[in-house]
Structure formats: structure tokens, C-alpha cells
Design a protein around this ligand. Structure first.
Ligand SMILES: [Mg+2]
Length: 420
């Protein structure tokens, strides 16, 4: 086991704020078999305070996967209520000696598993932020002590964009992303079997050194799913064309499906939909994924992701965090990558009007202004490489004005409407 940082702090206040960033006007994206409507993006900001007046921060959601969240129900508003209710009741007034003490207290609650692991994740990150602030050290330094590793604080980013476009649309985005210096371009196909084939062809013919990744949850998730054979053929095609990875090609818990596709030599990625860190390791053990996509915001924080990273160590599977959300979440995952041995790549979601992207053609998927406004200042990104901040804890200053500026809006953030 690892030596977790030894804490000595009494928790005096735990708060969750549900926030919404409107997509105004709402967007319609046509996929194979219907239209996806996008209304807003939600975030829960979690703040943990100690008796000596320090604040630790984290962001959270109600589930580990945007798709699962849509199909399974719970809203971010519900999760903020749980933070202010059960989570606060369980931790307030407690003296925390090590981060896992907080895990143990949360395990004693009656929260259903999915919400329990979301809560553990947020509290774990906030406690690491607090511990770093106490010691005057960035989180990655605390973690490298655990790993016995040397930190790597310059992290190449791959751009995560492209949702249900004509092939020419993806190609235009990819050109912009490549010119900005990103390691790769990940996109979301799902416009139909022929269109998806054509997109792979056009993209791989267009880009130079930049890698191409496909995030293909649409292939199996939607009502008019492509079916097993078509998916196998598309995966093979993308592999032949040199795709860097193909992400979530079948249902997350379809381990046999992963293994069968991997047998053809396809580079597969997965993990974001796992509920627990143990689930990440279990997916890794199948040997079917080349890339394991844990996320400190969903897989029991740094503590949980550490077990997945230790699993990957010395094996033929690379830990590359799932990271889709705000700059706060980006930096939280960046500390993990900076410390982790054998990890060195991070997902950078591309939203409209991103202040870091100096480009005429905006490659943003949709507006998500809260993603940028949640912190003061900007992350340091040069030519597609992030420099992890070396200030105490997360090394960033949260902009608490967002609590007033982004009031929560009830209702789903996205909806899928199917053709009759
Ligand atoms: Mg994904």
C-alpha cells in the first residue's frame, strides 16, 4: 500500500453548488437515427473548509459518463443536495488524519453506489487540495511521494471535439487543431456507417503527424445502433487507417465484446463509464484495452486512480485520464498525470470561445463559458502542451463569483430525439 499524506485537520464545512452554463441558443446535432439537442452544461462545485480556515475545492457530476447521466436520470442538482446533506452530515466536525478516513466515513452512509463514489471522488480531490495548501506543495508532489516517481509537469494535450458533423466538418476542425499543436484530435462519429468510414478516410488522409482518436459510444448507445458486425468492421477500418485509439466501442460492461474486438489488434480505450477504481482495474485485467481512462473526478479521486495507475505500471496498458469539463477538472487530472509513472497525455475538451486557442475558425463543440470562468486566470498551454501549476494544492484560484453568475437550471443538459 501507499503512504497517503498524513492529515490532521478538522472539517468545519462542506458545501456543494450546482451550476449551469447555458448553451444559448440550444443546438441540434443530427446523428444516425435522430437529433441530439444540447441545452446547457452542469457542474457541481464542492468546497471543503477546515478549522484553520483553509478551503479545498473539487468539481463533480452526478455520474461518470455524460451518456449514462442522460439515460439513467440523476441530475446535478440532486448531487449538490447530497453533498449538502448526507456528505456534509457525515464529515462535518470530523478530524481527518488521512484522506482514506473520509472514504471510510462516506462508506458508512446509505448513499447508493453511484452517488457514493462521486462523493468520495470530490472529497478526495478537495482533501488533497487542502493537504497541498497546508504543506505549501502542489498535489503532484504529494503523489510522486506515493508513487516513488519523478514529476513530469509538461503534459501534451489531445483535443476532444467533433460531434456528429459531415466528414468535411471534422476535417476542418482537425486542421485547426493540428495547427494549434495538439497531440491528437478525438471526435465523435455516428453519422451513419458509410459517413463514419468516409470520415476516417478523409481525416487520416488530411492530417500529418497528429494522431486521430474515435470516441464511438454512439455506435452502440442509440436506438438505431449499428450492430455487432458493422461495429467490428468500422473498428477494423479505423485500425487499418492508423487510428491511435477507438474508445468505448461496445457497452462499457461488455467485457467479452472488448476482448473480441481487441483480438483483431484494434487499439481500444475505455474506463470512463466504470463506477469504481476497482472496475477500472478489472477492465485493465481483460487485456483488451491499450488505454485506460480513469478520472479523478469519478474514480475515487487520486486515491482510487492511484490503484489503476499502479495496475498499468509495467503492463501494456497506458493510463490516459478521461477529462471532459472545466479547467478546474483539467488541472485536477493534470496533477495525477504529472505524478504518475508511465502516463503522459491528457484530454483537453474544446469548447466555443476558448481563450487559450488563438485561431480564426472556432473548433469548439458548443459554448461552456463556466468551464473557463470557474478559475481566475488561465492554465498555461503552449503549442498543445500544458504546464501543470506548481502552487500549493491544485495551484489555482477558484472564482467563487460563478456561484452567483451561473445559477442552476433544472432539466436535462442534453436530449436525444429519435426519427420515427
Ligand atoms: Mg468518451
Amino acid at each position: 500500500m501507499f503512504d497517503f499524506p498524513k492529515l490532521d485537520m478538522r472539517l468545519t464545512n462542506i458545501s456543494g453548488y450546482a451550476l449551469s452554463s447555458p448553451i444559448d441558443p440550444p443546438q441540434n446535432r443530427r446523428f444516425s437515427g435522430g437529433v441530439r439537442r444540447l441545452y446547457k452544461r452542469d457542474v457541481v462545485l464542492v468546497v471543503v473548509e477546515t478549522a484553520d480556515g483553509l478551503q479545498g475545492f473539487a468539481t463533480a457530476g452526478a455520474s461518470s459518463s455524460a451518456m449514462r447521466e442522460y439515460f439513467d436520470g440523476d441530475s446535478h442538482g440532486t448531487f449538490a443536495d447530497i453533498v449538502n446533506g448526507t456528505v456534509a452530515e457525515s464529515l462535518t466536525g470530523e478530524r481527518i488524519d488521512s484522506v482514506t478516513d473520509a472514504h471510510d466515513l462516506l462508506f458508512e452512509t446509505d448513499l447508493p453506489d453511484r452517488l457514493l463514489y462521486e462523493a468520495i471522488s470530490a472529497i478526495d480531490i478537495a482533501l488533497y487540495d487542502l493537504r497541498g495548501k497546508e504543506l505549501g506543495a502542489p498535489i503532484y508532489e504529494l503523489l510522486t511521494d506515493d508513487f516513488g516517481s519523478e514529476p513530469t509537469t509538461e503534459i501534451p494535450l489531445y483535443a476532444s471535439a467533433g460531434m456528429y458533423m459531415e466528414p468535411e466538418g471534422y476535417v476542418g476542425q482537425a486542421k485547426t487543431i493540428e495547427a494549434l499543436g495538439f497531440f491528437g484530435y478525438k471526435y465523435r462519429p455516428g453519422i451513419g456507417i458509410e459517413g463514419d468510414r468516409k470520415t476516417v478516410d478523409m481525416l487520416t488522409e488530411t492530417v500529418g503527424e497528429m494522431e486521430i482518436m474515435l470516441d464511438v459510444h454512439t455506435w452502440w448507445k442509440l436506438r438505431d445502433a449499428y450492430g455487432e458486425r458493422a461495429i467490428a468492421e468500422l473498428v477494423e477500418h479505423a485500425t487499418d487507417r492508423g487510428a491511435y485509439w477507438i474508445e468505448e466501442p461496445v457497452e462499457p460492461d461488455d467485457r467479452e465484446g472488448y476482448v473480441a474486438l481487441a483480438a483483431s489488434g484494434a487499439p481500444l480505450a475505455g474506463g470512463e463509464s466504470e463506477e469504481t477504481a476497482a472496475g477500472l482495474v478489472e477492465l485493465g485485467r481483460t487485456g483488451a484495452v491499450d488505454f485506460l481512462q480513469g478520472d479523478v473526478r469519478h474514480h475515487e479521486g487520486y486515491t482510487g486512480c492511484t490503484s489503476a495507475i499502479e495496475f498499468c505500471r509495467g503492463r501494456d496498458v497506458t493510463f490516459v485520464p478521461h477529462n471532459f469539463g472545466t479547467w478546474l477538472g483539467l488541472i485536477a487530472n493534470a496533477h495525477l498525470v504529472a505524478a504518475a509513472p508511465e502516463a503522459g497525455l491528457l484530454e483537453y475538451p474544446i469548447f466555443a470561445r476558448d481563450p487559450l486557442l488563438q485561431t480564426d475558425a472556432d473548433p469548439g463543440m458548443y459554448p461552456f463559458d463556466l468551464a473557463f470562468d470557474i478559475i481566475h486566470g488561465e492554465p498555461s498551454v503552449t503549442d498543445g502542451v500544458l504546464t501543470v501549476p506548481d502552487g500549493p494544492g491544485l495551484g489555482l484560484e477558484v472564482n467563487l463569483d460563478v456561484v452567483e453568475e451561473y445559477p442552476f437550471v433544472e432539466g436535462p443538459w442534453t436530449e436525444f430525439q429519435y426519427d420515427e
